[in-house]
Design a protein around this ligand. Sequence first.
Ligand code: SF4
Ligand code: SF4
Length: 338
Amino acid sequence: MNVPEGRYYRVVQDRPSTVQCGLCPHRCVLKQGTFGLCKVRQGFEGALALPFYGSISSISIDPIEKKPLYHFRPGSSIFSVGFVGCNLHCPFCQNWEISQKTDITFRSISPAELIKLAAESGTDAVAFTYSEPLVHIEYLLEALGEAKKRGLATVLVSNGCINEEPAKDVLSLTDAANIDLKSFRSDTYRNQLGGDLAAVCRFLELAREMNVHLEVTTLVVTGLNDSLAEAEGIVEFLSGLSPEIPWHLSAYHPAYRWHEGSTKPELLFQIKNLVRGRLSYVYLGNIWGETNQTLCSHCGKSLVERSGYHIETPGLELNEETKAYFCSHCGKPAPIYY
Ligand code: SF4
Ligand code: SF4
C-alpha cells in the first residue's frame, strides 16, 4: 500500500479484503476501494487506507476567540488548520465545501512540516478546526505530539463524535477543546445529522476527566433544536459536568441545505435567562450588540470584554511565573486558563 495505513480498524472475519473502521460510531464496513461515510477513510487490500493523509485544505492565523475559545489565552492568535471530510452530515453546515466534498485543491504537508510552520508563525498555539479533524486522527496524533515537543498549546475544534479509545488517545495530547453539542435528542443526531449523541456526551465527559480545558458550542438552528426543552436538557447535562464550562450559544443563518429563517436573537437571550445560576458563563455568538463580558466570580468586576474579535482585558492579569490568570481588582484566581 502506497498510502499510510490507519489505526482503529479490524479485518472482517471470513472476508479478508473487507475491513471495519472503529473510529466513530458509524463503524463503516469497507470493501476493497470503498470509502466510509466521512469520505476520507478507505478499504484497500484488506487494510484501512488514508488517501487524504496530510491533505490540508486551509491554514490561517485566527483570533482564538474565533474557535470559539473565550477562557483560554484571551486576545491571543492561533495557527489554525483544516482538513477535508466529516463523519457527520449536518444540513446547515457552514463549511460544507470542505466537510462534505473532497474534490478540492489541497496542500500536502507532513505533521512535522506543519508544526514547524506553526512554530514559525509567531503564534504559540495550533488549532485543528474548520472541517472535522477527528476523521484524520492518525495525522492529528502525530501533529499534536510534534506541537507538544515544540511547546505549542494544542486546540481541537470538533463534533466530538468518536469512540472511546481514540477519544482518549487524542484528548491526552489536547490542551483545550471547543466541542459542538448540537442537540440533546438522540433522534436528531441520528436522523438529521448522522451522528450519535451518546458518543458526543462521552467525549465531553472524557475531556473533563482528562483535564482538557473544555468549552461547548450549540448552534441554535431554526426548526431543528430551537425549543427551550432541548436547551434545558443541554444545560442539565453541562452543569452536571461543571457549572464552569463556558457555553457558546450561536445564532444560525441559512446555509447549505437548511433554509429556515435565521435564529431570532430574543431566543438566545431567553435561553441565557433560563440558564441563570446553573452555568456561570454563557456567551451569545453571531448576533450584534452582545458584549459577552466575563466577570470575576469573587468581586463581580469585569475581567474580559469582547466586541466581535476586539478583546479588552480590563481586570485580567497573568502571573508570568505560574502562568495563572487572576483578577487585578481582588487578586483572586480568574476562570481563564493558559
Ligand atoms: S471514521 Fe469514517 S470510516 Fe470510520 S466509522 Fe466513522 S465515518 Fe466510517
Ligand atoms: S459536524 Fe461540523 S463540519 Fe461536520 S457537517 Fe456538521 S457542521 Fe459541518
